[in-house]
Design a protein around this ligand. Structure first.
Ligand code: DX5
Ligand code: ZN
Length: 219
């Protein structure tokens, strides 16, 4: 799956920018990745629930909300109740990640857990059974257009192995620095879903960029 990140889109034209990556049936974005930042958990500020509600009314593509915020225990549920397909919280910010996952699923959303590049996977392996998505950050969260951190591929491979051996049922997602130079290494490490911001919205033809990345990921 390819999930273009709206962080690299024109925020004054978000509905058009979502349409620009939708393509014909069978093409284009599988999920649309929406980066919610609160200027506390990360040093950047983007958009919040009212904007996400409007986005949900303007597209049929499932929204993948990546919450880079403090206190997701309080705020994540609103995104699920609004109708987001997948809601991802950061392990580093969550007080009770099991309770968050339970509430997200009860509200009808998929539950995602994200870990920053320096955050190890192992402390969370026991709770991953409560989650549907593991989002491995391959840049420090906060900004688009950063360089891919290849060191995260080891823990990505470990997550893949846990899924393949039947110990977990997770979509393994990667976010940050994914482009035509890096997507193959991520695919080899076992990623299922690739977030790409600048590589898609920086291209002249965003749908072609999505299809190019998909082709490369498939090998
Ligand atoms: C960064 C965000 C990413 C960002 C990726 O904190 O979580 O989703 O949009 O942008 P690129 O693909 O340009 O690295
Ligand atoms: Zn993101």
């Amino acid at each position: 799956m390819i999930a273009p990140s709206l962080l690299s889109a024109d925020f004054a034209r978000l509905a058009d920018e979502m349409a620009a990556v939708s393509g014909q049936p069978g093409q284009g974005a599988d999920w649309l990745h929406v980066d919610v930042m609160d200027a506390h958990f990360v040093p950047n500020l983007t958009l919040g629930l009212p904007v996400v509600q409007s986005l949900l009314n303007s597209t049929d593509v499932p929204l993948d909300c990546h919450l880079m915020i403090e206190n997701p225990d309080r705020w994540a549920i609103g995104y699920a109740e609004a109708g987001a397909h997948n809601v991802t919280v950061h392990a580093e910010a969550a007080d009770d990640p099991v309770a968050i996952a339970r509430d997200l699923r009860a509200a009808g959303a998929k539950a995602g857990l994200s870990i920053k590049p320096d955050t190890p996977l192992e402390p969370y392996t026991d709770i991953l059974k409560h989650y549907d998505t593991l989002l491995v950050m391959s840049v420090e969260p906060g900004f688009g257009g950063q360089k891919f951190i290849a060191e995260v591929l080891d823990k990505t491979r470990r997550a893949r192995r846990m899924v393949d051996t039947g110990h977990l049922n997770l979509v393994v997602e990667i976010d940050g620095g994914i482009n035509t130079d890096t997507i193959e290494q991520a695919a080899e490490a076992g990623v299922d879903c690739f977030v790409a911001g600048s590589a898609v919205y920086g291209a002249d033809d965003p749908v072609r960029a999505v299809e190019g990345l998909r082709g490369q990921a498939a090998g």
